[in-house]
Design a protein around this ligand. Structure first.
Ligand code: MOS
Length: 732
């Protein structure tokens, strides 16, 4: 993508299928049980693995005693030194590696062994008989007590520190300021489907059926872990029951299953329990965010400070980029946006839905609300006054930016004019009523992605790419893109995903999936159009493809007549200078009404309006579903989601879906979500931008701003549970 694509093949709308809210083409397969998820593959002679986890927060394992476990019924093997096995795969049946599991443990629940048995239940029972001989080492379990030790990350894919101008001077000069600290807790992705792997070997090659977001990348990870050439690893991830970041990378059960399977010469299935998913797959880091905003009396920002501390294990580079949207959302000359890591012996932290914006806008958008109040300005107005004409850091143009339009449309639909204007001032019986709003913003990304599309002699189109559909609608939108460009009804498109035998795709992450994999399908179909035009004896510009017919001037013939024994084309998209020369992001606005019970502090979200501008919408139904899901995530972040680490050893104590509270159906009102018309020619040939993670961004802040409006209480410590409101509620 080195230049804007002025005219998209999706513009013509000849087949009239793009953007339509059509049902998921994989829906019938899913509801009839025909969509096979990772743990559901039925292989001959399959053995079952169960992970054994360390039950201490930091220490050294001297020895793992597996004798009792081995004696349990059905037990085939206990693997305690997976590293040694990778170093020497030929050790085969030799029972014990010399190290006998000697290793360091960095966090409570870290997987250290795998028991393999004939059945899952036998493996699980035997896992309880594994005895770990260990000695404790001093661990870091008190985040607040360790803030001083925070260090600048050495890597990461985003700039960790950005300084522009003199923020201290700008704050001192500002007439109105906000300077406060917000904290957000560790969170779990809580995908419905557990992390699961089935490994099977054929000679020196392994196939892993996994629940994974990025097969091309996961293939490389597994090849690295097993010290194998890429060609000897195949990943299959055809259906994924949610990932939200927790399945961007392979987890321990995948490597363990692959090693066990090779050693035993049988397929091995390893499925994490829900508790293991909580203990041993990535969490979203907790954060401590200091926001400083300084403005003139008329509400123009002079200073924007966003300093984030997050946590991770020693030597891990990933940091929660909470200031991601702060870089480009609002104007302001002096800027300081930093991220530092506090080293903790807590579970590894990594990406979870909208890493950065999801946590960061919980702070930034509440700070903006506080600033608006001090300025006696409508918070919508404050945001509009600080809508920059170009990126405030790079000076680059925005590719497209309809932030103000989103604010206006959502405000109008919500009835913002009729909002409660006195915090704590509107009461209906026991309930205090409040209204709040917040911005949504999320960077747009494009990743290298490839696809093959071929036309069969029967006139069907087949798409092959190792892209995934993690519940987002990829199967459907790829079919729509091909259908539109090739002039075929959607039911004449077959979409084959999630197998590294197909062309390598960008995978599902960072909201780049639809744009990246969709563009590769677009480009393949564009080549096919050219081939069809040639067969038709006209130019691609003259050719019209519609309803399975090729039309040129006054000639029309069925597509099949041009295909011969089959036509095939590759498409490949790569990011280019457009991503550097323009600031690409999607925008939105959230408005909500909450009621807070004046007696109990119970908080209910009762009304919601969001508007988003995210380039072309490829399928209105799947897009809206993404946004509804994101907003619900935001409600969870505001009100209930919180991993609690035991202060003695870092153990996550609420490690299941009964104790880790995500919103349920009854917690969510009707969510009024609509999209503004938009085309972004700088983003990709589809003119679409990333959407999935846009909607979580800012959503929780709208809830908390509404809680303030209802009660007059600013809670800056997420989640805002009722106990934090009780002390400030009016006397009964
Ligand atoms: Mo996303 S957190 O990149 O799955």
């Amino acid at each position: 993508m080195d230049r804007p694509v002025e005219h998209s093949l999706l513009d013509t709308g000849v087949q009239a299928v793009i953007s339509r809210p059509i049902d998921r083409i994989d829906g019938p397969r899913k509801v009839s049980g025909k969509a096979t998820y990772a743990a559901e593959y039925q292989l001959e002679n399959m053995a079952h693995g169960f992970l054994v986890s360390a039950k201490f927060g930091r220490g050294r394992i001297n020895r793992i005693d597996v004798e009792a476990a081995r004696a349990m019924p059905g037990v085939l093997d206990v693997l305690v030194d997976l590293d040694a096995f990778i170093r020497n795969p030929q050790q085969g049946a030799q029972a014990e590696a010399p190290e006998q599991g000697v290793r360091d443990v960095q966090y409570y629940g870290e997987p250290v062994a795998l028991v393999v048995a004939e059945t899952f239940e036998q493996a699980r029972a035997a896992a309880h008989e594994v005895v770990i001989d260990w000695q404790p080492e001093p661990g870091c379990f008190d985040f607040e007590g360790r803030l001083e030790t925070a260090e600048k990350p050495s890597g990461g894919f985003l700039e960790a520190h950005h300084n522009q101008g003199d923020i201290d001077a700008a704050m001192a000069a500002a007439e109105v300021t906000v300077d406060a600290v917000w904290t957000t807790p560790s969170q779990n992705s809580a995908a419905m489907e557990l992390h699961a792997s089935i490994a099977v070997w054929e000679g020196d090659s392994v196939t892993l059926y996994g629940s994974l977001q990025m097969p091309a990348y996961n293939r490389k990870q597994l090849a690295d872990a097993l010290d194998l050439p890429l060609e000897q690893v195949r990943i299959v991830s055809a259906y994924v029951g949610g990932g939200f970041g927790s399945k961007l990378g392979i987890a321990s059960e995948a490597v363990a299953a692959a090693i066990a399977s090779r050693k035993l010469g049988r397929p091995v299935k390893a499925v994490m329990t829900r508790q293991q998913v909580f203990d041993a797959t990535v969490r979203r880091s907790n954060t401590r965010q200091r926001i400083r905003l300084g403005a003139t009396r008329d509400g123009r920002l002079l200073a924007v400070g966003h300093e984030t501390l997050c946590s991770n294990l020693e030597r891990e580079d990933f940091f929660e980029p909470a200031g991601a949207a702060t870089h480009f959302l609002y104007a302001g000359e002096a800027r300081r946006i930093t991220h530092d890591i506090v080293r903790m012996n807590w579970l590894l932290s990594g990406s979870m839905r909208a890493p950065g914006e999801a946590a960061g806008m919980l702070a930034l958008e509440c700070a903006m609300d506080e600033l608006a109040e001090k300025l006696e300005l409508d918070p919508v107005d404050l945001r509009k006054r600080n809508d920059p004409p170009v990126d405030p850091e790079t000076g680059h143009r925005y590719s497209t930016r309809q932030f103000v339009e989103c604010l206006d449309e959502a405000a109008q639909r919500f009835g913002w004019e009729a909002r409660n204007r006195t915090p704590g001032g509107r009461r209906e019986g026991e309930w205090l009523i409040g209204h709040g709003m917040a911005a949504a913003a999320r960077s747009n990304l494009l990743h290298k992605s490839e696809a093959r599309v071929f036309l069969t002699p029967e006139g069907r189109a087949v798409i092959e790419t190792d892209m995934t559909d993690i519940g987002t609608g990829t199967y459907t939108i790829l079919a729509q893109i091909a259908a539109e460009i090739l002039g075929l009804p959607v039911d004449r498109i077959d979409v084959c995903l999630g197998d590294t035998r197909f062309a390598p795709a960008a995978g599902s992450g960072g909201s780049w999936g639809a744009a990246s994999s969709g563009s590769s399908v677009y480009l393949a179909c564009q080549s096919l159009r050219e081939k069809l035009a040639e067969a038709m004896g006209c130019t691609a510009e003259e050719l019209v493809l519609k309803d399975g017919k090729a039309i040129c001037a006054n000639r029309s013939q069925p597509l099949e007549s041009l295909i011969g024994s089959g036509l095939s084309a590759y498409g490949k998209i790569e990011p280019g200078s457009m991503q550097k020369e323009t600031r690409q992001a999607a925008y939105g606005a959230h408005f909500c009404e909450v009621k807070v019970n004046a007696v109990t502090g119970e908080i209910r979200v009762v009304r919601w309006v969001s508007r988003f501008a995210s380039g072309r919408i490829l399928n209105e139904k799947t897009a809206r579903s993404q946004c509804i899901g994101g907003i619900i995530f935001g409600i969870g972040a505001a009100l209930s989601e919180e991993l609690l680490h035991d202060p003695r050893n870092g153990k996550i104590v609420n490690r299941d879906l009964a104790e880790y509270h995500v919103p349920v159906h009854a917690d969510v009102p009707h969510l009024d979500v609509e999209f503004l018309p938009e085309r972004d020619p700088f983003a990709n040939p589809l003119h679409a931008k990333g959407l999935g993670e846009l909607s979580i961004s800012g959503a929780g802040a709208a809830v908390v701003n509404a809680i303030y409006n209802a009660t007059g209480m600013r809670v800056r410590d997420y989640p805002v549970t009722l106990d934090k409101l009780l002390p400030g509620l009016p006397p009964v």
